[in-house]
Design a protein. Structure first.
Length: 75
């Protein structure tokens, strides 16, 4: 009976080690996927910020042109 228990314990240790190994591999894959997703999201945010900056700059230039035109013709 002791040898059977020892065999069961040995099998359980092997199976637990396999599960732990699989969990570590899955965790690493998930971390990599999150990092890639985060990098893509940050790149999109930077692109949107750049577009917003240029849109605001163009609005300000247009507004300045309108104001200067109005000042010129209202003199």
């Amino acid at each position: 009976m002791q040898s059977e228990f020892a065999e069961v314990r040995s099998e359980m240790k092997f199976e637990f080690a396999a599960v732990r190994s699989e969990m570590h591999a899955d965790s690493a894959a998930i971390r990599l996927e999150i990092a890639n997703s985060t990098n893509q999201t940050l790149a999109q945010i930077v692109k949107l910020q750049r577009n917003l900056f240029f849109q605001i700059a163009m609005f300000n230039i247009s507004t300045a042109g309108i104001v200067l035109t109005a000042v010129y013709y209202l003199r």
